[in-house]
Design a protein around this ligand. Structure first.
Ligand SMILES: [Zn+2]
Length: 392
């Protein structure tokens, strides 16, 4: 509860630019003493600063608060099968420097550790940020991640199993490290500085190599008991259907994924086709291609609508490279959300399409650290480390 209050106050200051303690208490509906305690901690921590006085309306003019965005920096990394994207951001999540490192990480966690170390040093150098100002590193990757233990339990994409990432990197970097599923990091970023800033309950649907959900309930990310919530691509929609990467058959992503669409289109043409060929055929209005893409959108849309009925979020954010397939693919999904849920009862779900690149995914990973650095120190040793880091 305390952590949520801290991030709520930070969000209010960020969105206002500058504001008073009284205004924070009014907007957050927290008591004045609670607001006072949190604000004092944040000032001590260097995150909030007291700035100019507001124009007086006769009484004592209140002191305004704003965020010192350069009080610290956070590093975020998006791990892919074919490389990593690294960013360093200030406390407003504004990107100061970005690096790209193409390298195959499939089946090679040790190689990934080395790449991460050199990229973290590189991005600090590029941004000319002293190490003492780096608050921590966040890593987003695909797969089942135990974010409490800092372990990648299993990633089909990277072919990693039970890789201890956090402890190893923390030792080598001497920085607090957080890892999470990349769809979750994206949901955190949406909450932090994206479309979902004001939303209490929302879902991000990521359509790419895999299909995943980031689920935010009552402003908190829902990870499940073992960290594998939101593995939406692996719900079974066609028992006995096509074999999935996870080894089972009939999973949603095996039925509606791009590889399946390309195979179906290729069968008609008697050859294999690339992703860009599929997109050009679709843009040229080829009826067979459009029909296959639309049918996949319809099947996916029904599953998405079922999730909307189950969770009743106020907002759905669709992202990932699947959005490049455009309205032929996306319209049937949006239509399902409108027609196959209780939308007809006036329970409107806002749908947003977000065309995010790799950099934004890395920013999502960096916001994991932001969230922690804006929390009051808890029992977690990593959150204590970040809190005291500025005193080093
Ligand atoms: Zn599967």
């Amino acid at each position: 509860m305390r952590e949520l209050n801290v991030s709520l106050l930070i969000e209010l200051v960020r969105s206002a630019g500058s504001t008073s303690r009284a205004e924070l208490a009014r907007q957050s509906q927290l008591s004045a003493p609670t607001v006072g305690t949190i604000v004092d901690h944040l000032i001590e921590r260097g995150i909030l600063v007291e700035v100019a006085l507001a124009p007086s309306n006769g009484g004592r003019p209140p002191v305004l608060l704003s965020i010192d965005a350069t009080a610290g920096y956070v590093i975020g990394i998006k791990l892919r099968g074919d490389g990593l994207t690294t960013v360093i951001c200030d406390l407003e999540a504004k990107v100061v420097a970005t690096r790209e490192f193409p390298v195959s990480l499939v089946g090679d966690p040790d190689g990934a550790m080395h790449a991460i170390l050199s990229e973290v040093r590189g991005v600090l150098r590029d941004a000319k940020v002293p190490r003492s100002k780096a608050l921590g590193l966040g890593i987003g990757m695909s797969g089942v991640i135990d974010s409490n233990a800092g372990v990648c339990v299993s990633s089909h994409l990277l072919q990693w199993h039970n890789v201890e990432i956090e402890s190893k990197l923390r030792r080598l970097l001497r920085l607090p490290v957080w890892i999470d599923n990349d769809v979750n990091t994206l949901a955190v970023a949406e909450k932090w500085s994206g479309d979902a800033r004001g939303a209490r309950h929302f879902v991000t649907l990521s359509i790419g190599r895999g299909i995943g959900l980031g689920i935010v309930i009552d402003r908190a990310l829902y990870r499940g008991a073992f960290g594998s919530s939101g593995e939406f691509g692996h719900i079974i929609v066609e028992p006995g259907g096509p074999i999935c990467e996870c080894g089972r058959s009939g999973c949603l992503e095996a039925v509606v994924g791009e590889d399946t669409m390309r195979r179906e289109i290729g069968e008609g043409l008697g050859r294999t086709i690339s992703r860009s060929e599929m997109i050009s055929l679709m843009n040229a209005g080829d009826s067979v291609t459009c029909g296959i893409v639309e049918a996949a959108g319809q099947k996916l849309g029904i599953s998405v609508a079922n999730i909307m009925t189950l969770l009743n979020p106020e907002m759905l954010i669709i992202c990932g490279e699947g959005t490049e397939l455009g309205s032929t693919f996306l319209d049937p999904i949006i239509r399902s959300v409108r027609e196959q849920t209780f939308a007809s009862l006036g329970l409107k779900i806002e749908v947003k399409i977000q065309r995010w690149g790799d950099e934004a995914w890395a920013v999502g990973a960096a916001t994991l650290v932001l969230r922690e650095s804006f929390s009051l120190p808890g029992s977690d040793t990593r959150s204590l480390a970040i809190w005291h880091r500025r005193g080093q």
